[in-house]
Design a protein. Structure first.
Length: 796
C-alpha cells in the first residue's frame, strides 16, 4: 500500500498505521464504530478522541488495513461527517486486541458539533415495543439521533456541559453508556423513564393537569384548543389543522394575519394526501434534519382555510422528536405547528418566559424539564430542480459547517444582515453559519445575537481576526461590528455579499455576472439598491447594471404599503398624469396625489432600484395587495395569482451604458394598459413575471458581450419566487449561460453572512499573495476597479 507517497508493506506483510479522522466525529458514535470494525477485521490497536477529532492506531495484514481504511469512510455512522483521513506509517508493535482509550483533552478545540437529529428508526422501534424499558418514553434517543446543538452549553461535548447535566444516569443507562457494543455508548443525552426528563401538562395558569400528558394534550387539540408544546429548540404553538375555528383563533391570538402556518403530519402517506411530494421533497421530509418542506398543495386535502390562506404551497414536516411522534399518533390528524411567539418576536425557549408570553395565546401547555440552551427555529426548505433550496437554515442544519472550496487564512466573523439574520464564523475550509437569529429590530433578538456569537466563539474556539459586516449605517449588526474589538474589518456591500454567498454555495470562484434582486440593500452611493447586475468575483465587483431608480415615497412606509410604490411607479411612468380609471387610484383617491408629490419632492423618499419594490408596485396596481402584513407578502401573492399558462411578456427597455439601466416603468406602463383594457390580473401577473425574466436574459447578454463572462449567479430574496427563478434558469440556459443558484444557504438575507465571510477570506488570500508585509488596502483584480472591498485595520 502507499502511504504519504511511499510504498509500504508487501503482500501479506504486517503494517501499523497512525490514522487521524477530522470532521463531525465526536458524539456521533465514531469510536464504537471503529472498535467494532477493527474487531471484526481482527486488527490490533486503539481509538480515542482528542481536540481535533479521532485518533486511531491500527495494525494487521496490509490488505486488511486497506479494507479498514476504505470502510472508515464508507460505513461511517449516520450523524458523522468525515472531512479528512490522514495516515502515517509506524513500526508494528505486535500487540493484540483493539481498545477504546481515554480522551486527550490538551490543546485547542477544533472539533465540530452535530446538529440536532430527528428520531432514528431503532429508537422508534423501541418507542413502540411494550417490552422495552423506554416504551412510550418521549425523550428516547441514542448515538444516532436526538438533541445536540440545542442542549450544548460548552465543549468538550460531554454530558456535564449539556442541559442533561441535571439528570444523573441510572445504573441501566450507565451500563449502556459505558458498553462499546451498545448503541448508546457515550450518547451524552441518553436517559430513560427512571432517570431522564418527564412531561407535564399544565393549564394556562400553570397548574398541572392530571392524567397522561400526551393523551391530555391530544384531547385538547381534538377539542379545538391551542396547545403550547416544548420542542427541541423552543416552544411551538399547535392546534388541529383541520379545524378552521381553532386555526383562526390561533391566528388572531398570535396577531399573525396572513403568513402561512406549517403543518406537522403523522407520516409520509398523509403528506402525499396534502401535497405533491417529489423525490427531493420526500428525501428532505424523512431526513435527519427534519425541516419544514414547502410543496405544492393537492386541493385543500382537508386542511382548514386559515392555515395557509390563498397559498398554492404548504409547509409540511414530519414528527422529529419522540414527543411529536407520540402526540401525532394520539391527535389523529395533521396539526398546525408554528413558532411559539407573538407575531415578530423571537420564539420562547425558557420555561418561565414561555409561561408568561404564551399564556394569552395557549389554553394548555405540554412541557418538560429538559432545558433548551440555544433557541433554534425550524428550518424551511423546498425542492428546486433536483436539489434542496434552503430558505431558512436552522434546526437540523446549524451549526454543521458549510464546506468552502477555498481557504480562510485568518478566522473571520461575518455579522450578517438586519433581517433574517444569521452570523458566520469561518476558519480554514469551514464556514459555521449560525441558526436563524431573525430580524435584529428588537432588543431581545439583538441580545440573542450577541450571546449567540459569544457561544459560537467558545464552542468552536475561534477568535476572529477579521470582522465582515454590511455597511448600512443603521443596521444593528453594523453597530455590533464597529464596536467590537478585532484586528481588521471589512464592509461588504449587501448585493456583493448576496453574489459571493451564491459563489460560496456553489464552490465557484467567479468572476460571474451576478443578478442580485431583493427588497433593500445599502448601495455604495448611499441610495437603496435592490435590482442589481454586478460583474463580481469574491474580492470585488462593478455595478454593471440596475433598474432605473424611482422614489420610495415615505421610506419604510412604502415598504409596508405597496400601493405607495405603485403610485411612485405610475407617476414616473406617466410623467405625473396616470391614466384615468385605474382602480388603485380610486381606492386611494384621498391620498395618492400627496404620495406622488412626496416622491417627486424627494423628502424622506430616497431613490431605489429595488426589484422587490417593483413586484410590490405591480401587485398593488392589479389589486392583489395594497398593504403588506409580512415581508414580501405582496410579491408572494402576485406569484400565487399568476396564470401559468400565459407566455406573453412585457418588454422593459434597456438603456446601454456603464451601468446599463433597465426601465421598470415600461413594465408598469404595459400592465396599466392591459388593466385598462380589461385583461385579467392573472394574465397581467404572468406577463410581468415573463417580462422580468426577459429583462434579466437580455441584460445578461449585453454584459456577456462586454465582459466575455458566460456564468450567471442568481441571488437575493426575490429569487425565492420559484416561478421567476425557474423561468430565468430555463431562459438563461437556453441562451448558453451557465447558471448558479442557491442550495445550501438561502438566497435571502439568511445567506448574507456566508457571502461576507467569503469576501473577507478572498481579500485576505489576495493580500497575502500581493503584499505580505502590508495587508491593507487590498487591490482589486484586473478588470473590476469600481468597488474593491477593502480590509481596514480596526485600530484607529
Ligand atoms: Zn436513535
Ligand atoms: Zn436511565
Amino acid at each position: 500500500m502507499e502511504i504519504g507517497g511511499a510504498e509500504i508493506g508487501g503482500v501479506g506483510s504486517t503494517v501499523r498505521l497512525r490514522v487521524r479522522v477530522e470532521g463531525i466525529v465526536q458524539g456521533v458514535g465514531f469510536r464504537p464504530f471503529v472498535h467494532t470494525l477493527a474487531t471484526k477485521l481482527r486488527l490490533a490497536g486503539h481509538v480515542g478522541n482528542d481536540v481535533s477529532g479521532v485518533f486511531i492506531e491500527v495494525e494487521g495484514p496490509v490488505e486488511t488495513v486497506e479494507e479498514f481504511l476504505a470502510a472508515l469512510r464508507r460505513l461511517a455512522p449516520p450523524l458523522s461527517v468525515v472531512d479528512r483521513v490522514a495516515t502515517e506509517p509506524m513500526p508494528p508493535t505486535d500487540t493484540r486486541g483493539f481498545a477504546i482509550v481515554a480522551s486527550d483533552r490538551a490543546g485547542t478545540a477544533a472539533t465540530l458539533i452535530s446538529a440536532d437529529s430527528a428520531t432514528c428508526a431503532d429508537c422508534l422501534r423501541e418507542l413502540d415495543d411494550p417490552a422495552d424499558r423506554r416504551y412510550r418514553y418521549p425523550f428516547i434517543n441514542c448515538t444516532n439521533c436526538g438533541p445536540r446543538f440545542t442542549i450544548v452549553r460548552g465543549v468538550p461535548y460531554d454530558r456535564p456541559l449539556t442541559t442533561m447535566a441535571g439528570f444523573p444516569m441510572c445504573p441501566a443507562c450507565t451500563a449502556e453508556y459505558h458498553d462499546p457494543a451498545d448503541r448508546r455508548f457515550h450518547a451524552q443525552p441518553t436517559c430513560c423513564p427512571d432517570c431522564g426528563p418527564a412531561l407535564v401538562l399544565r393549564d394556562a395558569a400553570g397548574s398541572p393537569l392530571p392524567g397522561d400528558p400526551i393523551a391530555g394534550a391530544a384531547g385538547a387539540l381534538r377539542a379545538g384548543r391551542i396547545l403550547a408544546v416544548k420542542g427541541l429548540g423552543g416552544y411551538h404553538l399547535a392546534c388541529s389543522a383541520t379545524d378552521p375555528e381553532a386555526a383562526g383563533r390561533l391566528r388572531s391570538r398570535k396577531h399573525r394575519e396572513d403568513k402561512p402556518f406549517a403543518v406537522m403530519v403523522p407520516d409520509l402517506a398523509t403528506a402525499r394526501r396534502l401535497c405533491e411530494v417529489d423525490p427531493v421533497s420526500e428525501a428532505l421530509l424523512v431526513s435527519r434534519a427534519g425541516p419544514i418542506v414547502l410543496m405544492d398543495r393537492r386541493g385543500n386535502g382537508g386542511v382548514a382555510g386559515p392555515v395557509a390562506p390563498g397559498n398554492r404551497a404548504l409547509g409540511v414536516l414530519l414528527p422529529y422528536t419522540p414527543l411529536h411522534h407520540l402526540l401525532l399518533r394520539h391527535a389523529a390528524g395533521p396539526i398546525v405547528l408554528t413558532s411559539g411567539n407573538v407575531s415578530d418576536e423571537p420564539i420562547a425557549y425558557g420555561d418561565t418566559d414561555a409561561a408568561t408570553r404564551l399564556a394569552p395565546i395557549a389554553d394548555t401547555f405540554l412541557t418538560h424539564d429538559r432545558p433548551v440552551h440555544v433557541r433554534t427555529d425550524d428550518s424551511v426548505v423546498r425542492a428546486f430542480r433536483d436539489r434542496p433550496m434552503l430558505l431558512r437554515r436552522s434546526r437540523g442544519y446549524a451549526p454543521e459547517p458549510v464546506r468552502l472550496a477555498w481557504d480562510t487564512p485568518r478566522p473571520v466573523l461575518a455579522c450578517g444582515a438586519e433581517l433574517k439574520n444569521t452570523f458566520c464564523l469561518a476558519r480554514g475550509r469551514h464556514a459555521v453559519v449560525s441558526q436563524h437569529i431573525g430580524d435584529l429590530e428588537n432588543y431581545p433578538t439583538l441580545r440573542s445575537y450577541a450571546e449567540g456569537i459569544e457561544h459560537f466563539r467558545r464552542l468552536f474556539d475561534v477568535t476572529p481576526a477579521v470582522i465582515a459586516y454590511d455597511p448600512h449605517p443603521e443596521y444593528l449588526s453594523t453597530k455590533y461590528a464597529l464596536e467590537h474589538e478585532v484586528t481588521d474589518r471589512v464592509a461588504v456591500q449587501h448585493h456583493h455579499a448576496h453574489i459571493a454567498s451564491c459563489l460560496a454555495d456553489n464552490g465557484h470562484p467567479g468572476p460571474v455576472i451576478g443578478v442580485a434582486f431583493d427588497g433593500t440593500g445599502y448601495g455604495t452611493d448611499g441610495t437603496i439598491w435592490g435590482g442589481e447586475l454586478l460583474i463580481a468575483d469574491l474580492a470585488g465587483f462593478t455595478r454593471a447594471g440596475h433598474f432605473a431608480p424611482v422614489p420610495l415615497p415615505g421610506g419604510a412606509a412604502a415598504i409596508r404599503h405597496p400601493w405607495r410604490m405603485a403610485v411612485a411607479y405610475l407617476d414616473s411612468a406617466f410623467a405625473g398624469a396616470p391614466p384615468d380609471g385605474l382602480d388603485l387610484l380610486r381606492r386611494h383617491d384621498g391620498s395618492w396625489r400627496q404620495v406622488a408629490a412626496l416622491g417627486r419632492g424627494g423628502l424622506n423618499s430616497p431613490p431605489t432600484s429595488s426589484a422587490g419594490r417593483l413586484f410590490d408596485a405591480v401587485a398593488a396596481l392589479i389589486g392583489v395587495r395594497d398593504t403588506a402584513n409580512y415581508e414580501g407578502q405582496a410579491a408572494i401573492e402576485l406569484e400565487q395569482r399568476t396564470d401559468r399558462a400565459e407566455d406573453g411578456a412585457y418588454r422593459a427597455g434597456i438603456e446601454p451604458g456603464e451601468p446599463l439601466l433597465i426601465a421598470g416603468v415600461d413594465l408598469i406602463r404595459a400592465a396599466a394598459a392591459d388593466l385598462t383594457a380589461g385583461v385579467a390580473p392573472g394574465i397581467i401577473a404572468a406577463r410581468f413575471h415573463n417580462g422580468m425574466v426577459d429583462a434579466i436574459v437580455r441584460a445578461c447578454a449585453v454584459l456577456r458581450d462586454a465582459s466575455g463572462l458566460a456564468t450567471v449567479a442568481l441571488s437575493g430574496g426575490v429569487f425565492q419566487n420559484l416561478l421567476l427563478l425557474d423561468r430565468a434558469v430555463s431562459r438563461l440556459s437556453a441562451a448558453g449561460f451557465e447558471v448558479l443558484t442557491h442550495s445550501r444557504v438561502p438566497p435571502n438575507d439568511g445567506g448574507i453572512s456566508l457571502g461576507q465571510a467569503a469576501v473577507a477570506a478572498a481579500l485576505d488570500r489576495a493580500s497575502r499573495r500581493t503584499a505580505p508585509s502590508d495587508r491593507a488596502p487590498t487591490t482589486s483584480p484586473p478588470g473590476m476597479p469600481d468597488h474593491a472591498q477593502v480590509i481596514q485595520p480596526a485600530a484607529t
